[in-house]
Design a protein around this ligand. Structure first.
Ligand SMILES: Cc1cc2nc3c(=O)[nH]c(=O)nc-3n(C[C@H](O)[C@H](O)[C@H](O)COP(=O)(O)OP(=O)(O)OC[C@H]3O[C@@H](n4cnc5c(N)ncnc54)[C@H](O)[C@@H]3O)c2cc1C
Length: 413
C-alpha cells in the first residue's frame, strides 16, 4: 500500500473537476485528480456550452484554443411543432458581447483542451483508472481517502476532498449527506450522423405530443440527433427493431424525413446509438467537515436547461475561492465550506426548477398542456422581455425566477 499527500483531492475528472483543479493550481495549491476512467472518455452526445461556461474558459485562457477546434458556434435555437409550425427562435446574438453565442460540441473535445492544460500544470497530479473506495476520518473531519488502481490500494491524505463524481456519487454516500435522487421518465436515444445538405447552421427542436426530436450541429461535418423515449418503452422499441424506430422519427414531419433520411441510413445497429437517462439530485447539504460536493454529485438537473456542465464550472470557481479562504484561515470545517454552498444554491434552485417546468411542458402529451406549451413558446417569440429573461437564465448570465407577471405575459392574448 502506498500513501500520498496533497492540499486538495478531486474525485472525478469531468469538466467541473478539471476546472476546479486548474483554478486551484493557479492559486498555488497541490491538487490531485482521481478518476476511475482513463481519458479519453467519449460521450455519444452533443452538449451546449453556455455563455457562463465560455466566460470561465476564457478566464482560464482556454477559450481561444477551444474555438480553434472543430466545434459548432451556435447563435440560434429554433423550436417547431412536429406539424412544422415555427414556435420560437432563441437568439444568443441578443446577449451582451463577447459571450453572445453558445458552442455545441462533443464533450471529449472540451475535455481534451482541459486535459492538455492539466498535463502542463506541474502542481496537478492525475490518477486515471483509479477508483474512489472510502473516506478517511479523524473524528467528524475527513482527512483523506482510499482508492484502488489495478488492484493496488492507495491512501491519500489531504485538507479537503471534493466529490465531483457525478449523479450517482459514491463520495456523497460516504459523506452520509442525505439526498433525493429522481430519475426522469423520459430519456433520450442519441446518435451522431453526417450533417446533411440543407441543414443550416442553427440547432433545432421539434415538439409534439410526448415527442421531442432535436438536431444539433456539433462540428463541420457532424450533427447530433436525439429523440425522447420513456425508459419504460426502451425494451419494447428495441424489440420492434431499429428500422421501425427510425421510421417513427422520420414520420414526425416531412422536413425531418427530407433532411435526415439519408444520414440515418448510416445507422444500421443500436450499437451506433446510446440511451441517456436523466437525473435530478437534491442534496440537503453539499459540504461536510473537510469535504464538498460539486456538479452533478450535488445537484444533477434535467438536460432541457442545458446547464449541468456549465453549472459545474461555476461551482468550481466559487469553491476554489472558498477553499483558498479555508487555507488562509486554516479552517476546513463544514461552516467554513458552507460559504460555497450558500453562494451557489439559489442559482441551482432556479435552474433545477426551470428544468422541471420545461419537462412538464415540453414533454407533455395531454392536449391542453400541449396547447399551453405552444402558446407560451409563441408569446416568448413575440415578447422580447420574456425571450431575454429566459435566455439570460439558460445562458447562466443572469438567473431570475419567472414571477406571476411573467407567467401572465406568457399566456395573455
Ligand atoms: C442527454 C443529456 C444531455 C445533456 N446536455 C447538456 C448540455 O447541453 N449542456 C450542459 O451543460 N449539460 C448537459 N448535460 C449535463 C452534463 O452532462 C452533466 O451535468 C455534467 O457532465 C456533469 O459533470 P460532472 O463533472 O458533475 O459529472 P460527470 O461528467 O458525470 O463526471 C463524473 C466523473 O467521476 C468519475 N467517477 C465516478 N465514480 C467514481 C469513483 N468511484 N472513483 C473515481 N472516479 C469516479 C467518472 O468516471 C466521471 O469521469 C446533459 C446530460 C444529459 C444526460
Amino acid at each position: 500500500m502506498s500513501s500520498k499527500k496533497y492540499d486538495v483531492l478531486v474525485i472525478g475528472g469531468g469538466t467541473g473537476g478539471l476546472v476546479l483543479a486548474l483554478t486551484l493550481a493557479q492559486k498555488g495549491f497541490q491538487v490531485a485528480i482521481l478518476d476511475r476512467q482513463t481519458p479519453p472518455m467519449p460521450l455519444p452526445r452533443g452538449e451546449i456550452l453556455q455563455p457562463n461556461g465560455l466566460k470561465i474558459l476564457d478566464h482560464l485562457g482556454l477559450l481561444n484554443a477551444l474555438l480553434k477546434t472543430d466545434v459548432h458556434l451556435n447563435k440560434k435555437v429554433h423550436f417547431y411543432q412536429t406539424s412544422g409550425t415555427h414556435l420560437c427562435t432563441v437568439d444568443y446574438s441578443t446577449l451582451p458581447a463577447p459571450y453572445n453565442y453558445s458552442l455545441i460540441l462533443l464533450p471529449e473535445v472540451l475535455q481534451k483542451i482541459l486535459l492538455e492544460q492539466v498535463d502542463s500544470t506541474p502542481n496537478i497530479h492525475t490518477y486515471w483508472g483509479t477508483a474512489f473506495e472510502s473516506l478517511a476520518w479523524q473524528g467528524t473531519h475527513v482527512t483523506g481517502l482510499t482508492a484502488t488502481q489495478n488492484g493496488t490500494t492507495i491512501d491519500f491524505k489531504c485538507s479537503i476532498v471534493v466529490g465531483s463524481d457525478g449523479a450517482a456519487s459514491k463520495v456523497r454516500n460516504a459523506l452520509q449527506l442525505p439526498y433525493q435522487a429522481h430519475v426522469y421518465k423520459g430519456g433520450y436515444v442519441t446518435m451522431l450522423v453526417d450533417r446533411p445538405q440543407g441543414f443550416e447552421n442553427d440547432a433545432r427542436y421539434y415538439l409534439g405530443k410526448e415527442q421531442i426530436f432535436g438536431a444539433f450541429p456539433v462540428s463541420k461535418n457532424k450533427i447530433y440527433l436525439f429523440y425522447l423515449l420513456p425508459t419504460d418503452k426502451l425494451t419494447v422499441v428495441k424489440k420492434r427493431g431499429l428500422q421501425g424506430f427510425k421510421t417513427e422519427m422520420l414520420s414526425l414531419h416531412p422536413e425531418i424525413a427530407a433532411l435526415f433520411s439519408e444520414p440515418l441510413h448510416a445507422i444500421s445497429s443500436w450499437d451506433q446509438t446510446a440511451y441517456m437517462r436523466c437525473f435530478r439530485v437534491r442534496c440537503r447539504s453539499w459540504v461536510n467537515h473537510g469535504a464538498a460536493l460539486l456538479g452533478d454529485a450535488a445537484h444533477a438537473m434535467n438536460p432541457h436547461i442545458a446547464q449541468g456542465r456549465n453549472a459545474a464550472m461555476d461551482d468550481a470557481c466559487v469553491l476554489a475561492e472558498t477553499i483558498e479562504h479555508c487555507f488562509r484561515t486554516n479552517d476546513f470545517s463544514q461552516k467554513a465550506l458552507k460559504h460555497y454552498e450558500q453562494n451557489r444554491r439559489k442559482d441551482i434552485k432556479i435552474l433545477q426548477g426551470l428544468g422541471d417546468e420545461m419537462v412538464f411542458f415540453w414533454n407533455a402529451g395531454a392536449p391542453p398542456l400541449v396547447w399551453l406549451r405552444d402558446r407560451v413558446f409563441k408569446k416568448v417569440q413575440q415578447r422580447q422581455h420574456l425571450h431575454d429573461k429566459l435566455l439570460r437564465t439558460v445562458a447562466g448570465l443572469q438567473l431570475k425566477r419567472f414571477n406571476l407577471q411573467d407567467r401572465w405575459h406568457a399566456i395573455r392574448p
